[in-house]
Design a protein around this ligand. Structure first.
Ligand code: ATP
Length: 283
């Protein structure tokens, strides 16, 4: 085998709580992560030497700043492999949008190289390597529904919450995750998510209860700066979403729907104001 194609799925956060700022500057988090069907498609092909990254989207970096470069580099050095790769990224997940596109691409390349080079690494081993690339990469390796704690790397699987109708709306603002965390003022927080209620609601498949209890602390930074985020949330709710929230550090807003007609209608309405509106599902 000299080539392989791997799917890199996006994620949304059903909640995002920041517990405290640690001495090392990182924030201690408690988040519910949910994988979605929207995906990048990554084709990896062996070449004589080095790495060549290409994408259908000109905004995807093709140099060593691309997280897939880090995946290749770390696998080569860890397992003393001297093989080049050509990586083509079909980018469908909006970039710098809170949907973990880069982390998911990195996770997909780790999985792909594991197969391509017959390394036989376990999921746990891949997650440990992934953490050296980024805090969200271990989650992207396991996917599904999960509670993420620590800096996002302590993962506990949650009951299945697949096949829920999700509408994504991205206002075209690229948000830097680092900047959002730096601007977060934990002393001014008045509303935190009750993560345990959400976990119960996920287990009992109570969509209304999930929708009503979703809270993302990072909205306290992004909404004052970009009021369009709040406007999109209101449009989602006014048009039948059972809940709507910003994902990760934004600026993508998602709505959860329990009805196919409502999600289609809402998409039509949002499309009049927002360029990127995508219908997907949880997986
Ligand atoms: P997260 O939710 O994990 O914070 P995000 O979805 O907000 O991530 P990404 O799409 O991963 O953000 O992009 C963040 C930055 O990472 C981009 O500005 C881009 O320059 C860089 N980047 C590195 N590798 C990739 C990649 N494979 N795809 C997209 N962006 C990448």
């Amino acid at each position: 085998m000299s080539e392989i194609t791997v799917n890199a799925y996006g994620k949304i956060n059903l909640s995002l709580d920041v517990l405290r700022k640690r001495q090392d500057g990182y924030h201690e988090l408690r988040m519910i992560m949910q994988q979605i069907a929207l995906k990048d498609i990554i084709e990896i092909r062996e070449i004589d030497e080095g790495i060549k990254i290409e994408s259908n989207n000109l905004n995807v970096p093709t140099d060593s700043t691309n997280l897939v470069y880090k995946s290749w580099k770390i696998m080569c050095s860890r397992f003393k492999i001297d093989k080049g790769v050509h990586i083509y990224i079909e980018k469908n997940i909006p970039i710098a949008a809170g949907l973990a596109g880069g982390s998911s691409d990195a996770a997909a390349v780790l999985k792909g190289l594991n197969k391509l080079w017959n390394l036989d690494l376990s999921e746990k081993e891949l997650m440990d390597i992934g953490l050296e690339i980024g805090a969200d990469v271990p989650y992207c390796i396991i996917g599904g529904t999960a509670l993420a704690e620590g800096i996002g790397e302590k993962l506990t699987r949650l009951p299945d919450f697949s096949d829920k109708l999700i509408l994504l709306a991205n206002p075209g603002i690229e948000v830097s995750t680092g900047h959002v965390f730096k601007s977060l003022n934990l002393n001014s927080i008045t509303k935190r998510p009750d993560t345990n209620i959400l976990i119960d609601a996920i287990r009992d498949n109570k969509l209304d209860c999930v929708g009503a209890n979703m809270v993302n602390l990072l909205e306290t930074v992004t909404i004052p700066k970009y009021p369009i985020i709040e406007e999109i949330k209101n449009m989602m709710i006014d048009n039948g979403a059972v809940g709507s929230m910003m994902s990760g550090s934004g600026a993508t807003v998602f709505g959860i729907f329990d009805d196919n007609k409502k999600i289609k209608k809402c998409k039509e309405i949002l499309n009049k104001h927002i360029d990127i509106v995508i219908e997907t599902t949880t997986i």
